[in-house]
Design a binder for this molecule. Structure first.
Ligand code: GDP
Ligand code: FE
Ligand code: FE
Ligand code: FE
Length: 195
């Protein structure tokens, strides 16, 4: 895919070089895997391939940043102060989007929103939001027992894949006595219960 530079000021190759410096080799491979899955889902669902590629490649851009970095961005960019009570799992999407905007020069709100929603989802999700949320879960590097089933569902019906992933994640969090971010419950109520 060749970028027309509508959403990112430089080439895909330049973006890859930035990402390679920003995350571990393992996570860099994950980004490429998410891009591959996202492009396939974008084609199946008639979504802009350039947006899908960029959102996929940058979705975990901030995953390895320090808590101090996140705290400073939350404060300086006037993000919801409740975020200060959470951690990297929640920050790297919601706060990471601000870092992507400031540091990579990506302004497109659809791309930034897809990054914001990629970990816990939301009751309202665009096709691009769903694609990044699901691609993150099904990329080829994911080896959990239900990964192949999740892929089959995703390539058949995107909404069903959002429901499957949401239920799977909440079941895991509860079985491990882990804290559930309140927004994750709203995602569950919409995509697992209502749909
Ligand atoms: P990754 O960044 O590629 O690893 O993928 P994600 O951004 O989707 O993060 C996945 C991790 O977030 C998994 O370990 C999930 O269990 C965890 N996670 C997702 N939602 C929640 C939540 O509501 N609470 C907690 N504590 N963890 C969550
Ligand atoms: Fe992530
Ligand atoms: Fe995810
Ligand atoms: Fe990811």
């Amino acid at each position: 895919i060749v970028y027309q530079k509508l959403y990112y000021p430089k080439s895909r190759k330049k973006l890859l070089a930035v990402l390679k410096k920003s995350v571990s080799p393992k996570r860099y491979q994950h980004l490429l895997g998410v891009e591959q899955a996202a492009l396939r889902l974008a084609e199946l669902n008639q979504v802009d391939l350039e947006k899908a590629s960029i959102a996929a490649l940058v979705h975990d851009y901030a995953k390895e940043r320090s808590a101090a970095d996140f705290r400073s961005v939350i404060t300086k960019s006037n993000l919801d102060p409740d975020l200060l009570n959470w951690n990297n799992v929640i920050w790297h999407g919601v706060v990471g989007a601000q870092m992507i905007k400031d540091e990579l020069g990506i302004q497109d709100e659809e791309i930034l929103d897809a990054v914001r929603k990629h970990t816990v989802g939301a009751p309202q999700m665009t096709l691009l939001d769903k694609i990044i949320y699901v691609a993150d879960f099904i990329e080829e590097g994911r080896v959990f027992p239900d990964a192949q089933l999740a892929r089959t569902i995703a390539y058949a019906d995107l909404d069903s894949a959002v429901a499957f992933e949401t239920k799977h994640t909440l079941q895991y969090l509860m079985s491990a006595n882990k804290v559930i971010y309140p927004a994750a419950i709203l995602t569950y109520n919409k995509w697992v219960v209502e749909n």
